[in-house]
Design a protein. Sequence first.
Length: 135
Amino acid sequence: MQTTNEKEYPFEVLYTDGSRSRTPKENKSPWGVIIGNGALSLKISGKTSNTSVADIICRRECIANNPCSSGNDDFWAKVASLGRQKLQELNDFIKSQGGDMLSEDIFSSSGRINIYDYTHPKRHKAADIRPVCML
């Protein structure tokens, strides 16, 4: 039950212990933001131009025994389908939680993508590695 002091988040949050909530929880650390059936990490884990390196780095993260990945194309298509205004709200929320805002270029399981127009551009330029936990 929500009290009047609890402010509802604009997005559901996944905490490091695997719990989820749309309101802040005491003594819990937010890990990511839930979009559809996955959660994207608040923090990037670096940059690379290599898909296999991105996957290895993402697999190092595990939330409540759920291993992370760089996210599949269906997940990133869902994120991209939010549209520019909702993506800006998502970025503002990520920033308010101390995270790294989404950049245009990130990795999915099939390579580097541009989140704003959801294209697969040249794959040799470094892009952000952002772990995704599928729920």
